[in-house]
Write a protein that binds this ligand. Structure first.
Ligand code: CAO
Length: 423
């Protein structure tokens, strides 16, 4: 028994944000029915292909455990079929450009008429306001949500991060909105609209930077590398690798940094372990020195402190530093490459990195469910081929007969034979 067993999701999502959400729900046990345009499908099936003629990793890594039905919502019969699916599902999820579902004829009002218990969840780039009609991709969201302006070094341009906080981050937010709405429906009996704007999701993840914006009104941000010598303007600056919290940290070089781009480690000068850190880096005199003993005294000297720590870390590999600092409870984290993460046995053991066997592409690695439920373990299954479950869904979910399925196929609603042009 899985946590969301019995919940049926009508999945109209594509690309990354929406699919992240519905993949999570599928891992929790929901029956996720991915509706795709006949002959085309989710655009990512063919994007960034590493192997010819098979679904890309982009697609397979975001759509595991789902079922796929092809259905043309611009075909009259297809629309009727879509209405039946709306009635048969608990949740509909979509992340089309603003207005796309309305244009198909499925406004929130119409959906409520069809199924008042349906939870209708959407990702959009922006919430209501001047930009609500804009299309948005990952990096647009990072730029408009406060991440890019606060990422990078002060003397460089804004930077986007490798974490897909706009897409996958918003998909995560949406999944929480959906399960919360399902919980409320238990009591109210009604569905509701769930909306996550990518700008809002990114800003939520940049919460500490809005904190700093307000602190800035009361003086310089003393844990930022600009302090005490640089200038602060009116907006939160990029803070390089400074910690976003009250315990200063920085990325320092380790042995081999000249040739290995990832021979670095993040070291945090947590106040509680300051004496141990001083001992280990060969600066015992800093333990009681008035310029270094207290956290406030250290703030104007952070650069010199991290330079000194780096002199020590450069004599060791990043994993040796980890082995020395961890037993002393000094927080640190080696910069792990994707290659190292892919090969890490402990991540394989927990199911965070999983090898999946796909019917047409063969074996590949994916990131499994990072949310571990003791009573609902996630089992990663391959993503569906385009339209793989069309028949099974028509018969099993909607109870259609052989004759009805044959008629639908003829109508062009399911794509092949595609004789009927879209209206
Ligand atoms: N049958 C028939 N038509 C279908 C269909 C189906 N099963 N599924 C989709 N379509 C149609 C839609 O109706 C729409 O057509 P119209 O424009 O004529 O109404 C079209 O396919 C897809 O619309 P789109 O505008 O969403 O697609 P796009 O590739 O141009 O834009 C994106 C992509 C991501 C920019 C846009 O969807 C968007 O802004 N989404 C919201 C924000 C978001 O989630 N962004 C993250 C994406 S991941 O980086």
């Amino acid at each position: 028994m899985k946590a969301l067993e019995g919940v049926r999701i009508l999945d109209m999502t594509h690309v990354q944000s929406g699919p992240t959400c519905t993949q999570l729900l599928a891992w929790f046990g929901a029956d996720v029915i991915k509706v795709e345009r006949p002959g085309v499908g989710d655009i990512t099936r063919g994007q960034l292909r590493d192997l010819p003629g098979v679904d890309s990793l982009y697609f397979t890594m975001l759509n595991s455990n789902k079922r796929s039905i092809t259905l043309d919502t611009k075909n009259a019969e297809g629309r009727k079929l879509f209405e039946q699916l709306i009635k048969a599902c608990d949740v509909m999820v979509e992340n089309f450009a603003p207005g796309a579902l309305d244009r198909m004829g499925f406004t929130w009002e119409r959906i409520q008429e069809l199924n008042p218990r349906l939870i209708y969840a959407s990702v959009k780039g922006f919430g209501p306001g001047p930009y609500e009609d804009c299309k948005v991709y990952e990096n647009v969201a990072q730029c408009t949500g406060g991440s890019a302006s606060t990422t990078g070094f002060d003397d460089g341009p804004p930077l986007v991060t490798g974490s897909q906080i706009g897409d996958s981050g918003t998909g995560l937010h949406l999944a929480l909105g959906i399960v919360t709405a399902l919980y409320q429906r238990e009591k109210s009996g009604r569905g509701q609209r769930v909306l996550c704007a990518m700008q809002d999701g990114v800003l939520n993840l940049c919460r500490v930077k809005l904190r700093d914006q307000q602190r800035l009104a009361h003086g310089p941000l003393k844990e930022y590398p600009q302090y005490p010598h640089g200038e602060f303007g009116s907006a939160v600056p990029r803070s390089g690798n400074a910690s976003g919290g009250g315990q200063p940290g920085w990325i320092v070089k380790c042995k081999g940094w000249e040739t290995d781009p990832n021979a670095y480690i993040y070291v945090i000068t947590q106040a509680a372990v300051w004496p141990k850190l001083c001992q280990v880096i060969g600066k015992p005199e800093w333990i009681d020195h008035p310029d270094y003993a207290k956290p406030d005294a250290r703030l104007p000297r952070l650069k010199a402190i991290f330079d000194t720590i780096e002199q020590w870390t450069m004599t060791k590999t990043k994993l040796e530093v980890m082995d020395i600092l961890n037993p002393l409870d000094i927080p640190c984290g080696p910069i792990l490459s994707m290659q190292e993460l892919a090969e890490e046995p402990s991540l394989r053991a927990t199911g965070t990195v999983v090898e999946v066997d796909h019917p047409t592409r063969g074996k590949y690695l994916t990131v499994g469910n990072p949310i571990k439920l003791s009573d609902s373990p996630a089992e990663v299954k391959p993503s569906p081929l385009l339209g793989e479950h069309t028949d099974a869904i028509l018969r099993g979910v909607l109870g259609l007969s052989d004759a009805e399925v044959a008629a639908l196929k003829q109508s062009g609603a399911l794509g092949e034979p595609g004789a009927v042009a879209a209206e």
